[in-house]
Ligand binder design. Structure first.
Ligand SMILES: NC(=O)c1ccc[n+]([C@@H]2O[C@H](COP(=O)([O-])OP(=O)(O)OC[C@H]3O[C@@H](n4cnc5c(N)ncnc54)[C@H](OP(=O)(O)O)[C@@H]3O)[C@@H](O)[C@H]2O)c1
Length: 254
């Protein structure tokens, strides 16, 4: 408890899954949290839940593809809570999947826009605010797919998410002198809406489960706890990393 006391955080993709679990954990650990995603009703019920549990949060609904939206999230953090210390840029989509010879330019570009360009635009405005108060921690949600593991049919997703690792390293090197740490979390399969949409039969779920050394997929809260490490001072000397949280999927061949 209280590992984020006095801190102010932005969490994108907070309307469900990993982002929702992380926003709740950040608040339980003492952070004041700005939650973002497109679905306003889900964000409002999350804010109500956090407040009912004794935390503090505020929501701003919008689309991460818009640079104005990221300015708005940072402005809300400053207006409501006075500063910004932590940003978890987690919103993401699978994008157009299927045989790569059939993927459209627009479908490929959409994955890059939502997963990579939007994360850059978010960090651009977040870091500008963080450095005013002595630094902070930025965390991106990448994935093991396109890093230590490859599946057929997800070229756009893999390319966009592995691009986040280069972005992580570049920003970590650029803003380390100003005490901004930047890290990427690389989940294996996590039981969220995205996972269930991709794996909509027991056979597909068994296949994915068996890829992991732990022979199960993660609960969103297990990712949240890894993100908390990067957000908190427990990782004070950790920056520029791509951190697998994948239940051993990357080292499993059985
Ligand atoms: N589940 C897995 O197995 C897994 C594995 C590795 C990495 N990941 C990554 O984890 C992150 C979270 O995904 P999840 O698994 O928790 O799935 P999820 O429940 O579907 O969450 C995706 C989140 O992204 C938000 N989002 C998507 N497009 C957006 C847009 N254009 N503007 C604003 N928000 C947007 C969604 O909110 P709205 O729909 O309300 O906008 C939602 O809150 C993603 O980046 C995903 O790629 C997931």
């Amino acid at each position: 408890m209280n590992r984020l006391n006095g801190k102010v955080a932005i969490v994108t993709g907070a309307s469900s899954g990993i982002g929702r679990a992380t926003a709740k954990l950040f608040a339980a650990e003492g952070a004041k949290v700005i939650v973002g995603a497109r679905r306003q009703a889900e964000l409002e019920s999350l804010v109500a839940e956090i407040k009912a549990e004794g935390g503090d949060a505020a929501a701003l609904a919008g689309d991460v593809r818009s640079e104005e939206y990221h300015k708005g999230l940072v402005a809300l953090a400053v207006e409501r809570f006075g500063r910004l210390d932590i940003a978890f840029n987690n919103a993401g989509i699978l994008g157009e999947a299927g045989p790569s010879t059939g993927v459209s330019e627009a479908g490929f570009a959409e994955a890059l826009t939502v997963n990579l360009t939007a994360s850059f635009l978010a960090a651009k405005h977040q870091i500008a605010e963080m450095v005013k108060h002595g630094g902070g921690s930025v965390i991106f949600t990448s994935t093991f797919v396109g890093y230590s593991f490859a599946f057929p049919g997800v070229a756009a997703y893999a390319a966009s998410k592995s691009g986040l690792i280069g972005l992580t390293q570049a920003l970590a090197a650029e803003f380390g002198p100003q005490h901004v740490r930047v890290n990427a979390v690389l989940p294996g399969a996590v039981d969220t809406d995205m996972y269930r949409e991709m794996n909509d039969t027991p056979d597909k779920q068994d296949f994915i489960t068996n890829l992991h050394a732990l022979k199960r997929v993660a609960a969103p809260d297990e990712l949240a706890r890894s993100v908390l490490y990067f957000a908190s001072d427990d990782s004070s000397f950790v920056t520029g990393t791509a951190s697998l949280v994948d239940g051993g999927a990357s080292i499993t061949r059985t």
